[in-house]
Design a protein around this ligand. Structure first.
Ligand code: UDP
Length: 239
């Protein structure tokens, strides 16, 4: 535990991260690999909370575009995050990482309800806590959930794992050859420069609570561990 930079983290995993190349659903080798990376961090004694997204299955905005009532569509999205959360739990437990899933919407048969004090207790006991169901409210995102839960459990940092992108760029590096990568930014820079990192609700919440955010590439081996050990990879965003 001596040489780590962050002792308690909230790792944000988008649904996309679980889908792999197919871009949809859960890709078994991909989720297994992510579980192994998380185990490496868990073995260091880091307290790990995870917020899972659901975009690999459903996004409320897309449902609304197809004519669905937005709140209803968002509840479908929240349920997608719970499916991802349970799948991640299964993968972690199968490699002997103790976990608890807590859902923002009660589903007592399959997971604990979200109770902040209980979540903190699990973290102290070195159980990986998976927060599923987003905030439990429509019109929000799992990025906002990550910022919210990080503030609630007093996390040292939010680790935002990206698929194939190694940080925050001035423009989309796949489209603009002149795009430059930032090593450090502030949340205000993100809002002012209109950088596409997280939605503004999530940005302003992280800014208000002064929680550093590290954006990094999940697809390179050992990157989660590198971030918690303070290696300078990705982009660090200060509050
Ligand atoms: N969602 C919601 N409230 C929340 C979090 C998520 O309504 O607090 C819904 C919303 O419809 C969203 C979907 O769940 O589109 C999946 O979450 P998100 O888009 O954040 O997943 P990600 O992009 O990280 O995979």
């Amino acid at each position: 535990m001596s040489d780590v930079k962050y002792k308690r983290i909230v790792l944000k995993l988008s649904g996309e991260a679980l889908a792999g190349d197919k871009g949809f659903g859960i890709n078994p080798p991909v989720i297994k690999k992510i579980a192994e990376e998380i185990k490496e961090v868990y073995k260091l004694g880091i307290q790990v909370a995870i917020v899972v997204g659901g975009g690999n299955m459903w996004r409320g905005v897309a449902g609304a575009k197809m004519g669905m009532e937005r709140t209803q569509a968002d509840y479908v999205g929240m349920l997608a995050t719970i499916m991802n959360g349970l799948s991640l739990q299964d993968n972690l437990e199968s490699i002997d990482v103790p976990t608890r899933v807590q859902t923002s919407i009660e589903m007592r048969q399959i997971a604990e309800p979200y109770i902040r004090r209980k979540a903190v207790r699990h973290l102290q006991k070195n159980r990986v806590v998976i927060f599923a169901g987003g905030t439990g409210n429509p019109y929000f995102s799992t990025d906002t959930t990550a910022a919210l839960r990080a503030a609630e459990v007093h996390a040292d940092a939010i680790l935002m794992a990206k698929n194939g992108v190694d940080g925050i760029y001035s423009a989309d590096p796949n489209e603009d050859p002149n795009a430059v990568k930032y090593d450090e930014l502030t949340q205000m820079d993100i809002i002012n420069k209109n950088l596409n990192v997280m939605d503004t609700t999530a940005s302003s919440l992280s800014m208000d609570n002064n929680i550093p955010l590290v954006v990094f590439n999940l697809n390179e081996n050992g990157n989660i561990k590198k971030v918690v050990q303070g290696e300078k990879i990705g982009t660090t965003v200060r509050g």
